[in-house]
Design a protein around this ligand. Structure first.
Ligand code: ZN
Ligand code: ZN
Length: 162
């Protein structure tokens, strides 16, 4: 058997982190890696101490069938990227890589064309993270350089995501 390549190895870990997610719509897992060391992890979940979508048995965005990329405020979850970023120090995140995996909570399928939402992109840029690696299938992924988001800043107002 071939040895798992490094990007897929970290994506596999992010996928495991995702399994802790609590949204009924889509769950994401994020890990931040710097110099081959995992510096933090995050999954989709309600703010500490607040009830999760999964315990309420409803997600407002799911309930209202809100189109992808809009009205994140209706879901109570903090996104996985944001949770990973607030668990790390900025010093460690400069030049780091964020690995992102998303799954549909109903079908368990990988989210098609997964990407960070406009709000998370802003956080990722300000955290100093250099690139984002996003899983498309068990073995395929896309590498996004954060500079591309900075240069095409219309993507900060319209984007797919959760
Ligand atoms: Zn939700
Ligand atoms: Zn987000």
């Amino acid at each position: 058997m071939d040895r798992r390549d490094k990007h897929n190895y970290y994506l596999d870990i992010a996928e495991t982190v995702l399994e802790r997610g609590t949204c009924l719509r889509r769950n994401y897992g994020s890990i931040i890696v710097k110099n081959d060391e995992i510096i933090s992890t995050g999954y989709t979940g309600a703010p500490r101490g607040r009830t999760n979508c999964i315990d309420l048995k409803k997600c407002r965005r799911e309930e209202l069938n809100v189109p992808r990329g809009t009205h994140y405020e209706l879901c109570r979850s903090v996104h996985s990227e944001a949770n990973a970023i607030i668990s790390a120090s900025r010093k460690d995140m400069i030049g780091a890589t964020l690995y992102l995996v998303g799954k549909d909570a109903n079908t368990g399928e990988f989210v098609k064309d997964a990407n960070s939402c406009a709000m998370c992109k802003r956080l990722i840029i300000n955290a100093g993270i250099e690139m984002v690696v996003i899983r498309d299938t068990k073995n395929e992924f896309r590498i996004v350089y954060v500079d591309e988001w900075i240069n095409k800043d219309d993507s900060l107002s319209t984007q797919t995501g959760y």
